[in-house]
Design a binder for this molecule. Structure first.
Ligand SMILES: *[C@@H]1O[C@H](CO)[C@@H](O)[C@H](O)[C@H]1NC(C)=O
Ligand SMILES: *[C@@H]1O[C@H](CO)[C@@H](O)[C@H](O)[C@H]1NC(C)=O
Length: 771
């Protein structure tokens, strides 16, 4: 979303006027959006009849609307149609990791002072726990429905953000589930299902939205901003990486909406590209829902990108490409003229409206009073409940990654480390812990408060803020460390360093933070533990190699209960099990990698090293998937095929090397029966994620390991469990060729699980082909 655009301000002013006219009842709950049971004038109209199918109801409603009304329903602040008993609706609400007030559709106050603020997504992703992602979505949508019932929130949430975290400098990497397409795909499908509920028959609890489609992951770097950026993306990278989470959102998550991005892809604005919208999202993937623009991106493609000579052509190009809703005023202003000039037909608007109104009907907005509907019983008592707050704490515990534990210095012991110096610009953080796209948290436990529950603390910030421009406060921090039995230095970043519209220039700790850490390490006679609070990775090679630094934890932005979770890990009440969802590159990597280069694969001719663990082979500070535990785990393969024969559905000329997925009878192929025995060989209970990587037979498909599946399991000390990992040949053993075609290479595939390697020989079965 943009904040700096004047048009957004205009849109928000309109929202306020609409709200004032309609009146938002607060405590007594929302009035019906439409089809008020007491309204004898409209309640018998076809669109209000719950007994009819959604298609029929939508058709009835569209038949009653004037052209002018239709146009004013294609924007986020949709107008009221009082003659049909329909109220105005603000489509823009956000719920990235808790109900948020970033969009104008949601307001806190009165009986809803706040909502549960879960860890930022990059932290939650580090848990690699699919049931946690689903559960967070379920809780967030409970709170969202409660607020909707109270008249203070919408039902359409423009979350999650599933763009690939391609470059470590990206200011919005924190919002995403990381750099791996399979990880992002599973996060997306689970969170969306949690939000949307599974009431069946297309019914939606709230409508989620996967954004920003596609290849959007540059905000503002070296004079290039997202409003002008043309992402040059190969067909291979698009199919193999950038589009994977979006496809999973639509196909597996059954998401009700996709948002197109600001940037261009290969010279075309995404919101005006029929190939990307109509043909791919709606055609190939079968979206049942609406496509929305990023806020003002229709204006941006005309004003900033000069994509068309006139605004009417810009409006027409987006609707014809498959856009249904404009976040911003552009379509409301220019669509009438576009229709007048014959650039658009009324039927084009009807198609867009059908997609929008169907979602509103599936949400129950045309079923009368919210209180009489499913979820109608949810209210203030269902927000910030003890169970929800506990889940926020649990999510933070599960997302924390232990990066270093020199000589087993951690966990600290409250009996041996009776006094702990708590130091650093993020040591008493509150709002910093919830990152961006947050709401108002129920409450906070800061790191200082969390640690103080275990031991006596001495607090010294060491830096005024994360920019840490001076060293004036470091002496006081050293003094605190000198008299303590251990030191915990909470350093890192916040939204002043990495944010929307703010990419980083480098990946080092800002200002004098490094000096603070080193000097505290020297001053403290006991262990010094560095706690990194950041969304993006930080090059902390200095701390990794400093013998005075005993432990390093990465906590991401750990949410409202972050400080309690940090303390639980530091003192061993929680055994850390998080793993890094992205590569931690050294600062030197950046010199060879312009942020504007979208290529994932290395290019030996230019020295470009490639991106992410799937393609980049150079040195790293910490690799993707890395994370220590206070325990040890061992794996052995209990069951895995050594040979697979792939049934073809049609003859593929080159099937001896790699079979096209489209020529494979994927529906008849069941999941590979892969079972792994995992044993906790340590002395404490803990959770462990089994990561299954594969390498393809022929290095032309990319020589590196790719994640193809993962499963998290909790194991008591000394115990063992057999874990099944779902691997599908078509989805997980396929690779994409340079034409963007997904193929399954035949020959010897290797699976990698921990230190284990297992070979599977895969061949195409030509016998079953029906000519
Ligand atoms: C089959 O493979 C050969 C050699 O790799 C290549 O030249 C040819 O274009 C391929 N044919 C098709 C239909 O992909
Ligand atoms: C995954 O998260 C859920 C929800 O918090 C939790 O109950 C479960 O124990 C977690 N799984 C593992 C293996 O830690």
């Amino acid at each position: 979303m943009a904040n700096g655009y004047s048009a957004v301000v205009v849109a928000m002013v309109v929202v306020i006027v609409v709200a004032a006219v309609v009146g938002v009842p607060a405590a007594e709950g929302a009035a019906a959006f439409a089809c008020d049971k007491r309204n004898v004038g409209t309640r018998n109209m076809g669109f209000c009849k719950e007994s009819l199918g959604i298609e029929e109801r939508v058709k009835d409603l569209i038949g009653r609307l004037t052209l002018g009304e239709k146009i004013r329903l294609l924007v986020n602040n949709a107008i009221a149609v009082p003659r049909l008993g329909i109220r105005g609706y603000e489509w823009w609400s956000e719920a990235l990791h808790g109900v948020s007030n970033v969009g104008p559709g949601t307001k806190f106050g009165g009986p809803f002072p706040g909502a549960t603020s879960f860890p930022q997504v990059i932290t939650t992703a580090a848990s690699f726990n699919q049931s946690l992602w689903l559960e967070i979505g379920r809780v967030v949508s409970d709170e969202a429905r409660a607020m909707y019932n109270g008249g203070t929130a919408g039902l359409t949430y423009w979350s999650p953000n599933v763009n690939i975290f391609r470059d470590p400098r990206w200011g919005r990497g924190q919002e995403t589930p990381g750099e791996d397409p399979i990880l992002a795909a599973k996060y997306a499908a689970n969170y969306v299902q949690g939000l949307q509920g599974n009431a069946g028959r297309r019914r939606l609890k709230v409508a989620a939205c996967c954004k920003h489609y596609t290849a959007y992951d540059l905000d503002n770097w070296n004079g290039v901003d997202r409003y002008h950026f043309n992402a040059k993306v190969s067909k291979q990278d698009l199919e193999d990486t950038y589009n994977v989470p979006f496809k999973a959102c639509v196909v597996e998550g059954k998401v009700a909406s996709v948002m197109c991005s600001y940037n261009q892809v290969n010279g075309k604005p995404t919101c005006a590209d029929p190939d990307l919208l109509k043909n791919t999202i709606r055609g190939a993937w079968g979206l049942d829902g609406y496509i929305v623009s990023d806020c003002d991106s229709v204006g941006v493609l005309y004003d900033s990108q000069h994509f068309t000579p006139t605004p009417e052509e810009a409006a027409a190009s987006t609707i014809k490409a498959g856009l249904d809703l404009d976040c911003g005023p552009f379509l409301a202003v220019h669509t009438a003229t576009a229709v007048g000039r014959g650039l658009l037909k009324e039927i084009d608007l009807n198609n867009a409206l059908t997609n929008l109104l169907s979602v509103q009907m599936r949400l129950g907005m045309f079923d009368g009073e919210p209180a009489a509907q499913p979820y109608g019983n949810l209210g203030p008592k269902d927000v910030c409940t003890p169970a929800h707050k506990h889940l926020a704490l649990e999510a933070a515990r599960q997302g924390i990654v232990l990066l270093q534990n020199r000589g087993g210095a951690l966990p600290l012991s409250p009996t041996r480390h009776r006094t702990v110096a708590v130091i650093g610009p993020n040591s008493d953080a509150t709002v910093t812990m919830i990152g961006n796209y947050a709401g108002v948290a129920c409450e906070y436990t800061t790191p200082l408060q969390g640690i103080s529950k275990y031991v006596k603390t001495i607090h010294a910030k060491g830096c005024a803020n994360v920019a840490c421009v001076g060293d004036q406060l470091i002496g006081e921090a050293e003094a605190a460390a000198r008299v303590a039995d251990a030191a915990v230095v909470v350093v890192g970043l916040d939204q002043s360093i990495e944010a929307e519209a703010r990419d980083r220039n480098g990946v080092l700790l800002p200002g004098k933070q490094e000096e603070l850490v080193k000097r505290v390490g020297w001053a403290c006679k006991g262990p010094t533990v560095v706690v990194l609070m950041s969304g993006g990775p930080i090059d902390v090679s200095f701390a990794k190699n400093d013998g005075k630094i005993s432990g390093i934890l990465w906590v991401g932005y750990p949410g409202q209960a972050g400080g309690a979770a940090i303390a639980d890990v530091l003192f061993g009440a929680t055994n850390p099990g998080g793993k890094l969802p992205m590569t931690w590159y050294p600062q030197s990597y950046l010199a060879k990698v312009p942020m504007t280069n979208m290529g994932l694969r290395p290019d030996p001719s230019t020295g470009y090293p490639g991106r992410t663990y799937r393609f980049y082979k150079g040195p790293v500070v910490f690799p993707f998937g890395f994370g220590l535990s206070y325990s040890k785990f061992s794996h052995s393969i209990a069951e895995a095929p050594t040979k697979i024969s792939l049934p073809l559905s049609s003859l593929s000329p080159n099937s001896s090397a790699a079979v096209k997925v489209s020529h494979t009878d994927c529906a008849s192929v069941s999941d590979l029966p892969i079972q792994v025995d995992v044993k906790n060989t340590g002395t404490v209970d803990g959770s462990h994620t089994i990561l299954v990587f594969s390498t393809a037979p022929n290095p032309i498909w990319s020589p590196e390991k790719h994640l193809i599946g993962f499963e998290k399991v909790h194991l008591m000390a000394g115990s063992q469990k057999r874990v099944r990992i779902g691997i599908h040949v078509c989805d997980h053993l396929s690779r994409v060729d340079e034409f963007g075609t997904r193929r399954i290479p035949t020959g010897e595939h290797k699976l990698h699980i921990g230190d284990l390697t297992h070979s599977i020989s895969l061949h195409a079965d030509l016998q079953d082909i029906k000519f």
